[in-house]
Structures are given as structure tokens and as C-alpha cells.
Design a protein around this ligand. Structure first.
Ligand code: HEM
Length: 369
């Protein structure tokens, strides 16, 4: 008899379509697209529906650990290997905000050199695989019903110009958590407050994905001492005061002028769907029951993180998409399923309006220095 593991095995029946799912999803995507058109008119340049503002674009490598046990040696992590990666750090809003506004920050990872057919038919032959993470363990609007409420609220405010006025006024008054009011930040979350360094945060998939034969959430956390010591550490007030708009870009660029950095990627495997649901991304899976277990290391050498050429390539040419993955890492749950159409719609509009082709890199050398 083979020894059984405590981990839930993946099966198609783990995902459960929700009542009115298609209609609600379409409403979310349509509303996002309308706001995105307003943004286009504002900037006369098309930006992402979400995570529009980048702060740093890194070249690095992902090293899958050797000798992983069977439950971790899954999908991309089945075989020890080292891959080049592109990482784009961003802020969650679909508009360009001053860095001093409290907000969730994103870490999008594009892994290059991943063989095998990918999930999205139009990218099935690409040699890339994406993971999209945010510096918070759960998505507070963890179902499409909750997300639709947030999105409709946001659209109303964007339509009336209220959102941007309110943000501008509060920014001028030095109030930090205005975005919490519209659900784009969590004012109880120290990590999303404006002070902490991007490079000291831990980033999470927030919702579940397939992990080969199992089901998991993914995280990336600081590993080397120089980034661990940035965790929760406030950026100097003088630096924020000197450039409240773009200090995150500056501190990241300054760091990588002379430093290397290492992070660890981990997987938290589901052991019980009743306490670790996939259909509600707002539920934090208890780490005392199933801890995050290391699967790979991300490393970066000193580099220029935000040259004009690199920024334009990452912002305008590249797209990151949670469904651009091996079938073994398919995103799971209704808040994930809606992302399929949302990312496709946003990326297609952006590339169309900027008259640029979407290109999936075949080699890390395509990322400008
Ligand atoms: C479940 C947790 C989620 C995480 C961890 C996450 C993370 C991210 C990240 C890191 C990016 C930036 C990608 C880049 O650098 O290009 C991004 C972009 C985006 N996100 Fe999410 N997101 C989540 C949920 C959602 C949901 C629920 C929606 C909409 C229903 C959404 C819509 C978008 C869109 C439209 C973009 C821009 C895509 C593009 O134009 O290329 N995200 N997300």
C-alpha cells in the first residue's frame, strides 16, 4: 500500500461554477474596460486596467530546488532547473498614482525557457510561464460577487472624476489610506502602507492554483539578509518627501546599483477544502495546518532597474497573465476564472491603442538593459 499524503489531490470537480457566473464576470470585465477607456483619454496612452504603474523591472533567475519531495516536485517544479526571469513590480490601481498613496503592490514573474504546451491557445507554443503575486495573503474581494461591487463603486467614482479628486485632495492633505475606502488597499495592512520598501515585502498568489497533482497558493518572500532586513522597514521620510510620486522607483533602482538579492518561492498545499476553499479567495489558508514550503530560489544581480527602454518594454510590450501557464498551474476558483477574460481584454486594448504587438520573449536577451 502506498503511503498517503495529507494533501488534497487535484481534480476538475474542485472548481464549482457559481450562480450567474458568466453574467457577473462579463459585467466586471465590461466595467473595467470602460474605466480603462477613461484612462486612455486621460493619458492619451493605453495602460493596464490594473497594476498600471511599474516601479522596477528586474532580470533574474529562478532555480528550482533539487530533491523536492513528491508533493512539491510538481508542474514546473518537477525537475530541478534554472530559468531566466523578468519581474515587474507595480502598484495595483489602473491609474498612475503617487507612490505615497497606500496601495497593494504587485510582483509579476515571467519565467523563460519553460517547455510544454501552455493553457491559452494563442500562447500555447510560448516558452514562458507567468506567476502574478500581490503583497497580501488574500484577495479581500475574494468572489466575483464582491469584486463586482468594488468595480462598480470604482467606476462610479472614476466616471464623476470623484476618485481622482478625492485622491488628489487626500494626497495633498497627507492622508494615506484613501484607497482603502474604495477597496484598493487595506488600511489594516501595514505592508501596503506607503512607507515600506517594495523589496522587503512577501508576495502571494492570494487565490489558489493547480499545483500538478495538488492545489496550492504560492508566495515569494525575501531570503537574503539584505532584503529580509527591509521587511516592514519604513522608507526614510526625507526620501518620501523629496519625491512622493516615485520614491519606490528610486529606492529600488538605488538598491540594485550595487546589491544582489535572493527570494524564496514557496507553495502552500491545500489539505482540507472546507477550511482552505478555492471558491473564496478572501479566506486565508491557516499556515499552522499547512505551512508554505520552499520550492525555488529567485536571484538578482546588480542592474539598472528602470531604464527608459526597459520600462517601455515591460509596460507596453509585455503582458503578464495568470492563465499563461502550464496546465499544471491552472488558476482555480471564480475570482481566478474571471481573470481570464479580464487580462485578455485589457492587454488587447492596450496593445491595439498603442499600436504595438504583444510579444512573448523567447530569450532573456530581449529585455533591454
Ligand atoms: C487573485 C489575485 C490577484 C492577483 C495576485 C493579481 C495580480 C496582478 C498583478 C501582479 C498584475 C500586474 C501584471 C503586470 O505586471 O503586467 C495584475 C494585472 C492585472 N490584473 Fe490582477 N490580480 C488579481 C486579481 C485580479 C482580478 C480579480 C482581476 C479582474 C477581475 C484582475 C485584473 C487585472 C488586469 C486587467 C490586469 C492588467 C492586465 C494587462 O493589461 O496586461 N486581477 N494583476
Amino acid at each position: 500500500m502506498t503511503q498517503s499524503t495529507p494533501y488534497i489531490r487535484y481534480s476538475d470537480s474542485i472548481e464549482v461554477m457559481q450562480p450567474d457566473e458568466q453574467e457577473i464576470s462579463q459585467k466586471i470585465v465590461d466595467s473595467m474596460a470602460r474605466v480603462n477607456r477613461l484612462m486612455y483619454e486621460k493619458y492619451r496612452h493605453a495602460i493596464r486596467d490594473a497594476h498600471a504603474k511599474s516601479h522596477a523591472v528586474l532580470k533574474g533567475q529562478l532555480q528550482v530546488y533539487e530533491n523536492l519531495p513528491e508533493h512539491l516536485a510538481q508542474g514546473l517544479f518537477a525537475v530541478p532547473n534554472t530559468y531566466p526571469v523578468i519581474v515587474r513590480f507595480s502598484t495595483a490601481q489602473g491609474t498612475i498614482m503617487p507612490d505615497k498613496m497606500s496601495a497593494f503592490r504587485g510582483m509579476a514573474i515571467k519565467i523563460i525557457g519553460v517547455e510544454g504546451e501552455k493553457l491559452l491557445p494563442e500562447l500555447c507554443d510560448a516558452v514562458t510561464q507567468d506567476f502574478l503575486l500581490v503583497n497580501y495573503p488574500v484577495i479581500p474581494t475574494g468572489t466575483i460577487r464582491e469584486y463586482l461591487k468594488l468595480q462598480e463603486n470604482l467606476e462610479k467614482q472614476a466616471d464623476s472624476g470623484e476618485l481622482f479628486q478625492q485622491i488628489a485632495q487626500k494626497a495633498a492633505a497627507g492622508v494615506q489610506n484613501v484607497l482603502a475606502a474604495v477597496g484598493l488597499a487595506d488600511d489594516t495592512n501595514e505592508l501596503s502602507a506607503p512607507g515600506p520598501h517594495l523589496l522587503g515585502d512577501t508576495y502571494f498568489s492570494m487565490a489558489a492554483l493547480r499545483f500538478g497533482d495538488y492545489v496550492a497558493k504560492i508566495s515569494v518572500k525575501p531570503l537574503s539578509e539584505n532584503v529580509r532586513e527591509l521587511s516592514g522597514k519604513k522608507i526614510d521620510k526625507e526620501i518620501i518627501d523629496a519625491d512622493g510620486n516615485a520614491f519606490l522607483t528610486k529606492v529600488t533602482a538605488d538598491f540594485f546599483q550595487s546589491n544582489t538579492a535572493e527570494y524564496e518561492m514557496s507553495a502552500q498545499l491545500c489539505t482540507d477544502l472546507s477550511i482552505m476553499p478555492v471558491e473564496d479567495g478572501s479566506v486565508q489558508w491557516p499556515e499552522d495546518i499547512s505551512p508554505y514550503q520552499p520550492v525555488a530560489k529567485l536571484s538578482f544581480l546588480p542592474q539598472q532597474t528602470f531604464s527608459p527602454e526597459r520600462r517601455v518594454y515591460a509596460d507596453d510590450t509585455l503582458s503578464f497573465n495568470p492563465f499563461h501557464c502550464l496546465p499544471a498551474h491552472r488558476p482555480l476558483g471564480n475570482i481566478m476564472r474571471v481573470r481570464k477574460l479580464a487580462y485578455e481584454t485589457s492587454s488587447r486594448y492596450r496593445h491595439h491603442m498603442n499600436a504595438l504587438a504583444r510579444i512573448e520573449p523567447k530569450s532573456i536577451n530581449e529585455l533591454p538593459d
